[in-house]
Design a binder for this molecule. Structure first.
Ligand code: MN
Ligand code: MN
Length: 467
């Protein structure tokens, strides 16, 4: 089958909109390097677009009616936005879901030490990373320190040009003959990911007698800048991420290199599509930006939690559907695009892909009927009736799309949040954007694909569930 290049299809008057959207996305990406920062950005955007907190609706016992816009920031790490439709809520919603956590390196709970008068933070990586990619590059530190009194200190160091950055060292090539023979998974081991955070010792009170003076000096800086003691690391959530902003790539600036495209490149256009939807929708619209996808969607902020169901239940109550059955019907009758990045076909590594069924960069939004690995194991396999509906919506709205699966059969695979929503009996299909160097510190996407994803989400919100 011939597959169109999305740049060829771009309408002349859409060029400016595409560039504006790409700039907006890059701002979201650069300000949202952790799930918490993304939620903060989403709340700000939603409030600017007239969305009201669901907490306020519940507290004031408000009744929601069609056209009302509400959001919910779940434990500050997952986010949902809704626009109430004209049809009854229990006739189903049109849902866009994506995740806002990204692979990274987390700081351990007891992390601070010094070795040969270099100060370090010990770490434990989060999600699937090639550890050797995360050494010898500038790193930033983001997160929160929650103190015993409940107060929270926010940390974001390494993004402004005047900020310091942090660093994990690699072995010099001159002494690396043994290292170079190791397999890539062992070249840098997890316990070697130690973050250098300083080296100037505190003045010795008695020369040659005092130990750990670098650690002492670092603790003094932490105390002064953040009011924190060493014990406060116990209740901190600090994430080490690549330092610096996303960049345009290529002479033609057609691509974007950035940290955390997986999966903010789907999360941002999903959120924007719900915010930008014009008029009152027929069906209720929903965007879910969830946490913990990279480690199996576990925990109270992951999609396996009942937080979404609980929030839908509150929503049903607020529109006057007060029986439990309404929650079941709302979920069962919903349609969903579960969006996550796809493995972009990489000509440098062509042998792991089956080209007819690979996601091509610059060829539009990508649908995966199924994900999973080795015999579709663990996959949500979308119903052909629903795939046909989605095809029709894309064609009716002039959206460029392609279909793909993750690599060759038997080579590997992956999963998304699709099957967790499918368990309610709703129609779900995986959608997303082709990414090169997925899970690397800097990933690569096409602006054309970002634009088509946004168009796809708007079309799906407008037309899904009509039949
Ligand atoms: Mn993902
Ligand atoms: Mn991922």
């Amino acid at each position: 089958m011939y597959r169109k290049n999305a740049w060829d299809q771009l309408k002349a008057d859409d060029r400016e909109k595409l560039e504006k959207f790409a700039a907006d996305y890059r701002a979201f990406l650069d300000n949202g390097k952790t799930e918490r920062e993304c939620v903060k950005g989403a709340v700000k955007e939603a409030e600017e677009h007239g969305f009201v907190s669901l907490d306020t609706v519940i507290k004031e016992g408000r009744t929601l009616k069609s056209g009302d816009k509400v959001y919910c920031a779940w434990m500050k790490k997952s986010f949902m936005a809704f626009v109430i439709g004209e049809k009854p809520l229990d006739s189903g919603m049109n849902i866009l879901g994506a995740h806002i956590d990204s692979p990274r390196i987390d700081v351990k709970q007891n992390p601070l030490y010094e070795d040969e008068e270099i100060g370090y933070l010990d770490t434990h990586y989060y999600g699937g990373i090639k550890k050797y990619q995360w050494v010898a590059l500038p790193l930033a530190l983001h997160g929160v320190v929650v103190k015993k009194d409940g107060s929270t200190v926010e940390v974001a160091i390494g993004e402004k040009s005047e900020d310091p950055v942090f660093y994990i060292s690699d072995l010099l090539i001159h002494l690396a003959q043994d290292q170079m023979r190791k397999t890539a998974s062992e070249v840098i081991e997890g316990e070697t990911l130690n973050l250098i955070i300083g080296s100037e010792p505190a003045k010795a009170e008695e020369e040659g007698k005092e130990k750990d003076r670098v650690k002492k000096a670092l603790l003094a800086i932490l105390k002064e800048n953040y009011g924190m003691e060493e014990e406060d690391f116990l209740s901190a959530e600090l994430e080490v991420v690549p330092a610096g902003a996303s960049r345009e790539v290529g002479f033609d600036r057609s691509l974007i290199a950035g940290y955390g495209h997986d999966d903010r490149v789907c999360a941002y256009p999903s959120l924007r599509a719900v915010e930008d939807f014009e008029g009152v929708p027929e069906r209720t619209l929903c965007a879910i930006l969830t946490d913990k996808e990279e480690i199996g969607s576990v925990g109270a902020t992951g999609m396996n939690s009942h937080f979404f169901e609980n929030v839908v239940s509150e929503l049903c109550y607020a529109v006057g559907l007060k029986e439990e059955i309404a929650v079941r019907r709302t979920l069962r009758n919903s349609s969903m695009l579960s969006s996550d990045v796809s493995a972009g076909f990489d000509p440098n590594f062509a042998s792991v892909f089956e080209k007819k069924n690979a996601a091509l960069v610059g060829h539009g939004v990508c649908f995966n009927k199924f994900t999973g690995s080795r015999g579709k194991s663990g996959s949500n396999d979308a119903n052909p009736e629903f795939v046909a509906e989605v095809r029709r919506i894309m064609d009716d709205n002039g959206v460029d799309f392609q279909t793909a699966e993750l690599g060759k059969v038997d080579v590997g695979g992956g999963g998304t949040i699709a099957y967790m929503c499918a368990k309610y009996g709703m129609n779900v299909i995986d959608a997303g954007i082709a990414v090169l160097s997925m899970h690397a510190p800097w990933e690569l996407v096409s602006k054309a694909d970002l634009w088509e994803a946004y168009k796809c989400y708007l079309a799906f919100l407008k037309d899904a569930g009509k039949a």
